[in-house]
Design a protein around this ligand. Structure first.
Ligand code: FAD
Ligand code: NAD
Length: 467
């Protein structure tokens, strides 16, 4: 393929890139998507959201099976066949990556296989796995090249004993002792997977709380739950050294505030200290695209400083989330087609898929205090929710933050069963600028977990019924 002319060339087929490419094609734009990985779907489908959730599901079933006796069901102690669990995960991944391929065919998006490099505002050069180079001419270039795991200078990732999330979703045996450096989303989700399967997990977090950036009260409540489940969590602690040993890795850490250093040996170390934008080999320097602190700089309409070149997803500012990347992809396609594409960054939910799940949307208490906004808090525990009691999942609570003057919902933070599904009631309310009163007056089916949201909304005005 050489010197083909397109309307849009998208570089990267993650949730940002592939959704964008499909929407561009739906809007009548001739679209190509350049992807260098052997399969479509990017980080999310190949090594991120989907495989991690498949393993979270399997490991949750393993734990559930061990506790069926309390329901009067005797099945004996469950045994683990990790190879089968991994095979199932791989099957789920390939079903979805092939699915994207099918969607490309259906929508007539051309998948150009290879690594893309921008050589001008209207030109992308693609080098295939065999070294062959083709040139794509286009009206618009969309950079959607995503992100890659960050690492620490003294911990070289080999994806066997010192792993990033990519290695941690493909371990061949359950590590006896697993260290997780970084108590963020990946640390908690993948730490949970291996803890459930039998590892002794130690989470080492630099900051004073796990789940940095989250509402602090919610993060503290979650830390208690995680510790109760049996994971060791060391906050305010920094890893200062590491050495490979015959059996694994010996790690040294010390309190950030100063104090005695400790050394412990682990079979596997997961480095989950964040991700950084991926722009290697894109040629941004040569065409003059501005990059600040590793991220491609865009304006309010996703445009870089170079005419014709735009960017979306993990490679630009904002939370590194698949649905944020997707929504940006939709909005930018609509902008290309002359429509008014828009993303409401104030209402982007975030979910941690541990059990119980943690789900948040909107402002945290800390953000409201910093902005000087007077707010009211309504909190309701799942312990007092009848469905949670019947299911036997009473850890956690719903917290709604509402404007003290207008009652408008400003944020919601849920720890609880199915929090990741239930948060969307508040996402929708916030999109419509609704109030806590609106939620409180909405009829909720009984007995449901969602009733805890109604009760939290009632609690904003100190009138919850069941506490
Ligand atoms: P990516 O998905 O990173 O895709 C970028 C693609 O571009 C890649 O396929 C790459 O090969 C390709 N590429 C890069 N450079 C070039 C080039 N020069 N030429 C051709 N191709 C190129 N988010 C959630 O919202 N929910 C979750 O549950 C969740 N779980 C996660 C679990 C893990 C373990 C990880 C690591 C991440 C998770 N995320 C989750 C984050 C989510 O995966 C990312 O936010 C999302 O994938 C970003 O999408 P993107 O399209 O910007 O980029
Ligand atoms: P993160 O930013 O969520 O957490 C990284 C943690 O590592 C932070 O708490 C940070 O304080 C800590 N840290 C940094 N340096 C450290 C050090 N030297 N020692 C100890 N702790 C250190 O990043 P992540 O968990 O790696 O995830 C990366 C991205 O992927 C996130 O932006 C997240 O949004 C996305 N992701 C999302 C989901 C989800 O939505 N369910 C799941 C996985 C990943």
């Amino acid at each position: 393929m050489s010197d083909q002319q397109f309307d849009v060339v998208v570089i990267g087929s993650g949730p940002g890139g592939y959704v964008h490419a499909i929407r561009c094609a739906q809007l009548g734009l001739k679209t190509a998507c350049v992807e260098k990985r052997a399969t479509l779907g990017g980080t999310c489908l190949n090594v991120g959201c989907i495989p991690s959730k498949a393993l979270l599901q399997s490991s949750e079933k393993f734990v559930e099976a061990a506790h069926l006796d309390e329901h009067g069901i005797g099945v004996g102690a469950p045994t683990l066949d990790l190879a089968t669990m991994m095979k199932r995960k791989d099957g789920v991944v390939s079903k979805f990556t092939r699915g994207v391929e099918g969607l490309f065919k259906k929508n007539k998006v051309t998948w150009v296989k290879g690594a893309g490099r921008i050589t001008a505002g209207d030109t992308v050069e693609v080098t295939g796995a065999d070294g062959a180079v083709s040139t794509l001419k286009t009206r618009f270039i969309t950079i959607a090249t995503g992100s890659e795991p960050s690492s620490l200078p003294f911990l070289e990732i080999d994806e066997k004993t010192i792993v990033s999330s990519t290695g941690a979703i493909a371990l061949e045996k359950v590590p006896g002792r697993l260290a997780v450096i970084g108590g963020g989303v990946i640390g908690l989700e993948l730490g949970t997977v291996w803890h459930r399967l039998g590892s002794k997990v130690t989470v080492v977090e630099f900051l004073d709380n796990i789940l940095a950036g989250m509402d602090v009260g919610t993060a503290k409540d979650m830390a208690k739950i995680v510790k109760k489940q049996g994971m060791e969590v060391l906050t305010g602690t920094k890893v200062t050294g590491a050495a490979k040993t015959a059996g694994g890795v010996s790690l040294t850490w010390e309190p950030v505030a100063g104090g005695e250093a400790q050394t412990q040996e682990f079979d596997v170390v997961l480095v989950s200290v964040g991700r950084r934008a991926y722009i290697d080999g894109l040629g941004l320097d040569a065409v003059g695209v501005t990059v600040e602190r590793g991220k491609v700089v865009i304006d309010d309409h996703f445009k870089t400083n170079v005419n014709g070149i735009y960017a979306i997803g993990d490679v630009v500012k904002g939370p590194m989330l698949a649905h944020k990347a997707e929504d940006e992809g939709m909005a930018l396609a609509e902008i290309y087609a002359g429509q008014a594409g828009h993303v409401n960054y104030d209402v982007i939910p975030g979910v941690v898929y541990t059990w119980p799940e943690v789900a948040s949307v909107g402002k945290t208490e800390e953000q409201l205090k910093e902005a000087g906004i007077a707010y009211k808090v309504g909190k309701f525990p799942f312990l007092a929710n009848s469905r949670a009691g019947a299911v036997g999942e009473t850890d956690g609570s719903v917290k709604i933050l509402a404007d003290a003057t207008t009652d408008r919902v400003l944020g919601c933070h849920i720890i609880g069963p199915n929090a990741g599904e239930n948060i969307h009631e508040i996402v929708a309310i916030m999109e419509f600028g609704g109030s806590a009163e609106d939620v409180a007056r909405t009829c909720h089916a009984h007995p449901t977990l969602a009733e805890a949201i109604k009760e939290a909304a009632l609690a904003v005005d100190a009138r919850a019924i069941h506490i």
